[in-house]
Ligand binder design. Structure first.
Ligand SMILES: Nc1ncnc2c1ncn2[C@@H]1O[C@H](COP(=O)(O)OP(=O)(O)OP(=O)(O)O)[C@@H](O)[C@H]1O
Ligand SMILES: [Mg+2]
Length: 349
């Protein structure tokens, strides 16, 4: 994937307006009202036929324009179903979904026009070439033939797919197919991107360039992004806000730094020992005051601590027999917050 050079192929007699930054001027805007949130869910519920429990159980949240929001949660939490409900692929049982102020349930075609979507699985058209997949998607979204050709060429270049333009999707590797899906989702410069595990299968460079593309869209078009992911470090790095779901419900909503401040596990103490710790020391550490969670990985102990007083003396006394080699502290990461939140909900069931 490379930065766009914006090659332009315009046939004689065709007219086109291309902005200096290569954003296609003919792309229609999809706002009902530019003051409205990009996305709003109000008490949305979905139970699959024959399922014992709802997959999405009364979910409510808003996403502002230009905001990037990560949707986290363990397998089966309801992330893909939530995205499927927003894209109108899955019918909502009850509740309301507004996209740019428009009801996605009552005006699904208009809502879909404002969205770019990549699903968890490959939904590329296997009968068309890579270039045609992009071109036809642009045409579907009302762009002219010329603008669609320009945009397809630009995306092929940006996503490093130019040398695959004439092949069909089954001949692409997993990562290349994922790049094509992302390129297609962004092709009509939507105001809302819904991405289900977007960077799965992407190599490290492609991931970086993907996020650069997202940043460009945010800056140029104020595009909002909701993306489901299991990559907690990625969410921490790129999200303005994270939503954590479990058992179909939203259990946490906040900015990563805000969560770190208010979360009961405020910071982490890492101790490297000379010998491997036995289970009884682990149990005693876990029972100490202000210790939220203690994990042992070989000779390394990680203690997630509450924002209250740190029981340093007690911890040192317990681990001393194993020989302390190194001690370090840092703020709790989103991963630690996530694990604790999920653990708490699982235990409370
Ligand atoms: N088409 C379907 N029919 C019946 N049940 C389904 C269907 N799709 C998902 N489910 C169930 O709904 C629940 C939520 O699934 P969903 O795919 O939304 O989870 P997820 O958070 O995206 O999980 P993952 O991280 O594994 O992708 C699960 O219990 C799942 O088994
Ligand atoms: Mg999923």
């Amino acid at each position: 994937m490379r930065k766009a050079k914006c090659p332009v192929h315009v046939a004689i007699g065709e007219r086109i307006s291309v902005a200096a930054d290569c954003h296609i001027a003919t792309v229609p805007l999809h706002d009902a009202d530019s003051e409205m949130p990009a996305l709003e869910l109000c008490n949305v519920r979905k139970t699959y036929r024959g399922a014992g429990a709802p997959a999405v159980n009364g979910v409510t949240f808003k996403i502002a324009r230009g905001e990037v929001v990560g949707l986290l949660g363990p397998n089966g939490a309801g992330k893909s179903t939530t995205i499927g409900l927003i894209t109108t692929r899955i019918p909502v049982d009850t509740g309301e979904i507004l996209v740019g102020g428009r009801s996605a349930t009552r005006l699904p075609t208009q809502a879909r026009a404002a969205m770019g979507v990549t699903g968890q699985s490959n939904t590329l058209d296997t009968s068309c070439t890579v270039r045609e997949n992009l071109y036809l998607h642009c045409r579907y979204h009302g762009m002219s033939r010329v603008a669609s050709r320009v945009r397809a060429a630009q995306l092929l270049d940006t996503f490093g797919l130019a040398d695959k333009a004439m092949v069909k999707p089954p001949a692409l590797s997993g990562g290349l197919a994922r790049r094509l899906q992302l390129a297609r989702a962004m092709s009509h410069e939507p105001r809302l991107l819904l991405l289900d595990e977007p960077t799965n299968e992407l190599d490290a460079l492609s991931q970086t360039l993907f996020w650069e593309q997202i940043d460009e869209l945010r800056i140029s078009d104020n595009t909002a992004v909701l993306f489901a992911t299991h990559l907690l470090e990625e969410a921490e790095q790129h999200c303005d806000r994270v939503l954590i779901m479990d058992h179909g419900q939203l259990i946490l909503d906040g900015r990563p730094d805000e969560l770190r401040r208010t979360f009961r596990g405020a910071h982490t103490l890492t101790i490297l020992l000379r010998k491997v710790v036995d289970r009884s020391a682990h149990t005693r550490l876990q029972a100490l005051r202000n210790v939220v969670r203690c994990t042992i990985n070989g000779r390394t102990i990680t203690v997630l601590l509450d924002s209250g007083e740190v029981p340093l003396h007690d911890i040192a006394e317990l681990v001393q027999p194993f020989g302390i080699e190194e001690v370090s502290t840092r703020k709790a990461s989103l991963r630690e917050i996530f694990l604790d939140v999920i653990d708490t909900t699982v235990r409370s069931l």
